[in-house]
Design a protein around this ligand. Structure first.
Ligand code: COA
Length: 293
């Protein structure tokens, strides 16, 4: 057994319809693939119609599942309402919403125009709000229950992070929304959770977060106590579990999957890892010599 294996039982998502925003590429595509393998119908949305059509046909051929490619810019509420309508018309109802669509790039904050800051907030925070509100209202109006919303956040939603300030600001808002609605909308039969992934390399994210030779200069695997980046299937396994009925009692939780990355940055003395083994005898002797003084 290794961590790249598929975790869930074969029919874990049979009969479910799942909307994955930004499902045409990267981690969204990895999740979508696994959802299909587990028996779900999946709606993938993106601004790029051609990309999601190509992905939809590829994944249908690969898994035998059904995929609807629905063009939608999550920044616009009217387009999200159209997504709700199209998904319901195609599959009858929607059971699960995965708010995965995101936008991000590294930049010193003082270099950002007001519009650049807004663009990230609009995709990440407003986009998640738009989808959550549109699907949530629909489920409440139709008195449909046993619904799940899963939000993809990041560990810097609570630590903050320099150089990705709009993203950190927006993801913090998404996390607050997750926890707030987990309580408020539980009475309507919805549960809300979030996943905070550490480094899971994808072309889209890496080209924007580690452009050029930054990939070699800042090897993110070195920042992780487990000394590796994540495998897409590991994330897909966790995602599938959290949207499935097996996690029915998990609500309002954010689950970090980062090999211990953010805690390594947080602990005051964690940098002592750099002290070579042979130095510890000397250090211990120095500390013991202080006894009573
Ligand atoms: N540095 C500074 N400002 C930047 C920038 C950069 N690297 N890239 C874009 N901007 C600014 C633009 O100049 C523009 O501001 P302005 O109108 O004041 O000039 C603003 O951001 C919007 O850019 P635009 O290209 O018009 O927006 P878009 O909606 O077409 O693209 C992005 C949105 C910028 C987030 C784009 O990277 C994208 O589409 N990303 C989606 C996927 C993604 O980010 N994945 C990674 C997730 S980790």
């Amino acid at each position: 057994m290794d961590y790249t294996q598929k975790m869930m039982q074969a029919d874990a998502l049979k009969g479910k319809t799942i909307v994955v925003t930004g499902g045409g590429s990267g981690l969204g595509k990895a999740m979508t693939t696994y959802f299909l393998e587990l028996g779900a119908n999946v709606v993938i949305s993106s601004r790029n119609q051609e990309k999601i059509e190509t992905t939809a046909r590829e994944l249908e051929a690969q898994t035998g599942g059904k995929v609807l490619a629905a063009p939608c810019d999550v920044r616009h509420y009217d387009q999200v309402e159209a997504l709700v309508k199209q998904a319901n018309e195609t599959f009858g109802s929607v059971d699960i919403l995965v708010n995965n669509a995101a936008g991000n790039f590294i930049s010193p904050t003082e270099r950002l125009s007001s519009n650049a800051f807004d663009t990230i907030i609009d995709i990440v925070l407003k986009g998640t709000k738009n989808c959550t509100l549109a699907f949530g209202k629909h489920w409440i109006e139709q008195k449909q229950t046993q619904k799940v919303v899963l939000n993809i956040v990041t560990t810097y939603a609570w630590t903050g992070s320099a150089y990705v300030v709009p993203s950190a600001t927006a993801k913090a808002g998404v996390l607050a929304m997750t926890r707030s609605l987990a309580v408020e909308w539980a009475k309507y039969g919805m549960r809300f959770n979030a996943i905070a992934p550490g480094p899971f390399p994808t072309k889209g994210a890496w080209d924007r977060l580690l452009p050029g030779n930054l990939k070699e200069q800042f090897d993110l695997a070195k920042k992780v106590p487990l000394k590796r980046v994540g495998a897409h299937q590991e994330l897909a396994n966790l995602t599938a579990y959290l949207v499935s009925d097996f996690s029915a009692y998990i609500n309002g939780e954010v689950i970090t999957i980062d090999g211990g990355e953010w805690l390594k940055g947080a602990g005051q003395f964690n940098l002592l890892e750099d002290i070579p083994e042979e130095l510890w005898d000397m250090l211990e002797a120095m500390i013991r010599a202080k006894k009573g003084s």
